[in-house]
Unconditional design. Structure first.
Length: 255
């Protein structure tokens, strides 16, 4: 098992149909001790039930738009562990009206919220995780999408947020590399997750990519989970500042 004796924090799990849960299952299979958090108690009860068989560390609620909440999260985590080997960043959000309308109609508040939750939260979490991550070095992994590289219909402000996230990956990799902390992102193809429900015409895009991708299929969430396990492991010790595409090859073709 490639993650034996490693402790990895996942923020924030939203439920069994989330990419975060797929990652958690892969990490556990590879021997990792998992700590997890969730946005609020509305998600918490279901998430706790998911993690019961994994003997994981419930770090509780965390609103990633609140520095105070993030501080408290790491206070609680520090009471349970002395070292952190990995941090998985999953939060992403944009207002429905900013996804369904034309991009030019994006509201100022909506823009600020999407960038705060989907991008700045990674920076804020890394800052607080640093004392635990630098003990023996570690890996930070975030989730992105091709809409951060190219304009994707109906992705709108979330695409801008993902673009900012990907740029942040590179700057964090430069900052944290001397402390032997690697920072990467997984650019996943479309999956039928809870988050995907908020995208207009998602199933149209889902079927299009299945037809066009070199592998002629969509990906499975477990493939994202396994890639996250690899990036958190010593097998990926020389990889940082990268955006790893797990999308059946779709990003490589000129569509």
């Amino acid at each position: 098992m490639i993650l034996q004796d490693k402790t990895i924090l996942i923020a924030n799990i939203s439920g069994k149909r989330s990419t975060g849960w797929a990652i958690a299952q892969s990490l556990a299979k590879q021997g990792a001790k998992i700590a997890y958090t969730y946005q609020n108690e509305r998600f918490g009860s279901d998430v706790k039930k998911l993690f019961e068989p994994l003997d994981a560390i419930d770090v509780g609620e965390c609103d990633v738009t609140s520095d105070e909440d993030i501080d408290k999260l790491f206070e609680r985590l520090g009471n349970s562990v002395n070292v952190l080997d990995g941090l998985i960043h999953t939060p992403a959000f944009a207002k429905q009206e900013d996804l369904s309308s034309n991009f030019v109609n994006t509201s100022r508040d909506g823009f600020r919220l999407a960038l705060d939750i989907s991008c700045y939260s990674l920076i804020a979490l890394c800052k607080r995780a640093l004392p635990l991550l630098e003990v023996r070095g570690g890996a930070v992994t975030a989730l992105t999408y091709i809409g951060g590289e190219k304009a994707v219909k109906n992705y709108n402000v979330m695409g801008v947020a993902k673009s900012a996230l990907e740029s942040s990956i590179r700057y964090l990799a430069l900052d944290l590399g001397p402390k032997n902390i690697r920072v990467n992102a997984i650019s996943a193809g479309p999956m039928r997750t809870l988050a995907a429900r908020g995208l207009k015409d998602f199933m149209v895009m889902y079927e299009l990519i299945k037809d066009k991708a070199p592998l002629k299929r969509n990906i499975n969430p477990s493939e994202v989970g396994d890639t996250a396990s690899f990036l958190c492991s010593d097998l990926a010790s020389g990889i940082t500042g990268e955006i790893i595409h797990v999308d059946a090859g779709y990003n490589t073709i000129g569509v």
